[in-house]
Design a protein around this ligand. Structure first.
Ligand SMILES: *Cc1c(COP(=O)(O)O)cnc(C)c1O
Length: 438
């Protein structure tokens, strides 16, 4: 089979049998060609027809050090040569021990000390919520605390519990009534205005620290995390940071919360934990939370939660290798000039491209809001973000929008300044191609 024939065959099978996430399947393959990604090296992806693209959204916000990184691949292969999988239910393994110790080592002693592993961002949030809930009802004086607080427009994953926190209507509206009891607030002012009774019934508050991702890559006001930490402490409410997107360098810091020096009661990480090579998640928490689950086995204080592939050895191997690369390649130290370039090129784009109404850059994360040439906004039906991203493909960039009219640029941290310039040229050209005639 030629690459063309092979690709057509795969597309036919995909159309007949696959079901893609977050995707209106009724128009799948009609608005644009279905790309089959086959290889990756560094920030570059190659499709089954041999075309190359910059991975402009880190393969949905996960990839950190680039694709096919030899250190990551070698670490995963070395583990495969020993054993692919063993169970964490009732047994341990060396890499999980080392990874847990390493993750907590990034925080001051006696703060975050315990690690609960799971599979992905949603199950990290799901387990953090259950941990917060169960630790509260098992703590004398906190038994009434069964509610959560979350922020408007937040996104914390798609499993029922995580989705019930969600503030994006299109994602959770149909499932209202399932999951946790949640109060939504927009800001610290809203939070301070909450009635005492709601606060007294709340066990935890969840936030994407520093920047909300799905909500158009919108940063929070500076200094907010300190205010939030103080507010929680004065009310006995647990603070849960969802660092699934922001973790592992995206904001320029290893974890976003380090930007403001605030330590939560739960820190959830997933996407970039393994460098983005395999699914794996971790929830870091405190000894105080952990202690609420101690007691005789028959007391019923155990955390009965876990997944078949919890603490997967290949994931642990990848995570350890990824953290090694942060040190060996001085990944974080290399970021400031790249972050400055993103700031500069995004401002330039805003001022020269007539179809852009705003840009928001936070570290290595950029949101670009699209508009008509006269400055008026696109409607959701126009699918402007999707169209712009499709138009970027021939210019060598792959990415996806959030909401309907915000395009994301969030490349692997290893991207070079030259590659960043290529990505911005493709953003500019694609956006112009998409809208110039309308
Ligand atoms: C992606 C994401 C999740 C969900 O993670 P999955 O691995 O897709 O389940 C949760 N929270 C945030 C902030 C995310 O960006």
């Amino acid at each position: 089979m030629t690459p063309q024939e092979q690709t057509s065959h795969w597309i036919a099978q995909d159309l007949a049998h696959c079901w893609h996430p977050f995707n209106p399947q009724s128009i799948w393959g009609q608005e644009s060609e279905i790309l089959m990604i086959e290889q990756g090296e560094g920030v570059w992806l190659t499709d089954s027809l041999g075309r190359k693209y910059i991975d402009g959204n880190s393969s949905i916000w996960v990839n950190i050090h680039g694709h096919s990184h030899p250190r990551l691949i070698d670490a995963m292969k070395a583990q495969l040569d020993k054993i692919a999988h063993s169970s964490f239910l009732g047994f341990g393994h060396g890499l999980a021990s080392e990874l847990a110790a390493r993750l907590v080592s990034y925080f001051p002693e006696n703060t975050l000390t315990r690690v609960f592993f799971s599979d992905d961002g949603s199950t990290a949030l799901e387990s953090a919520l259950k941990l917060a809930f169960q630790s509260s009802i098992q703590t004398p004086g906190k038994e009434r605390r069964r509610r959560f607080i979350a922020f408007s427009n937040c996104y914390h994953g798609d499993t029922m519990g995580a989705a019930s926190l969600g503030g994006v209507g299109t994602f959770f509206e149909k499932f209202r009534g399932f999951g946790m009891e949640v109060s939504h607030v927009r800001s610290m002012d809203d939070l301070r205005a909450l009635d005492e009774e709601t606060c007294a019934q709340t066990c935890g508050i969840v936030i994407e620290p520093i920047i909300q991702g799905v909500n158009r890559m919108t940063p929070w006001p500076e200094g907010m995390l300190r205010e939030l930490r103080d507010w929680c402490d004065s009310r006995g409410i647990l603070l849960i940071f969802d660092e699934v997107m922001t973790g592992f360098g995206r904001t320029g810091h290893l974890f976003a919360c380090m930007k403001e020096g605030i330590i939560p009661d739960f820190l959830c990480c997933a996407k970039g934990l393994t460098g983005g090579y395999t699914p794996m998640a971790a929830v870091l928490t405190t000894e105080t939370v952990y202690n609420a689950f101690l007691g005789a086995p028959t007391e019923g204080k155990t955390f009965y939660y876990g997944h078949s592939f919890t603490a997967h050895p290949i994931g642990c191997a990848a995570a350890m290798a990824s953290l090694d690369i942060f040190e060996q390649e001085r990944t974080l130290e290399q970021l400031p000039p790249k972050i400055r370039l993103i700031d500069e090129l995004s401002q330039q784009l805003l001022h020269t491209n007539p179809f852009i109404s705003a840009v928001r850059a936070t570290g290595m994360i950029l949101g670009i809001d699209l508009c008509r040439e006269n400055g008026s906004p696109f409607t959701p039906e126009e699918r402007a973000g999707e169209k712009a991203c499709v138009a970027m493909r021939p210019h060598g960039l792959l990415t996806r929008p959030v909401v309907h009219d915000t395009v994301v640029l969030m490349p692997p941290l290893c991207i070079t300044e030259d590659e960043l310039r290529l990505a911005f040229n493709a953003l500019d050209a694609g956006i112009r191609d998409a809208f110039t005639s309308c």
